[in-house]
Design a protein around this ligand. Sequence first.
Ligand SMILES: [Zn+2]
Length: 120
Amino acid sequence: MSTSVEKTDLNEKVRDIGIDATPPKEVCNDPNCPWHGHIKIRGRIFVGKVVSTRMSKSAVVEWSYIKKSKKYRRYMRAKTKVTVHVPPCILLKAGDLVKIGETKPISKTKSFVVIEKLGE
Ligand SMILES: [Zn+2]
């Protein structure tokens, strides 16, 4: 038999999500967790700031970008705000910088999930 499955670390229960990100230290059993569940990240990836964490397992993340205005022929700032799913293994508070990835719709308003916390 040629089974060469490396079992170097028993705590290594995280999946390879195909994105350059560090997995969280904590482990959870949320099916909608990109690291420990079975949700796939497909689509776009953004880095944004947490605005609100009042909902359980959800947060509001926003980021700004430069948009070209045709009418006024100049650049202007625009903002995007989305509701994201927060797995229990990632602890967030308002003001944190996070990397989020697009997934299939998790609920009516959520189709993004937090991949990693980048900073405060
Ligand atoms: Zn998790």
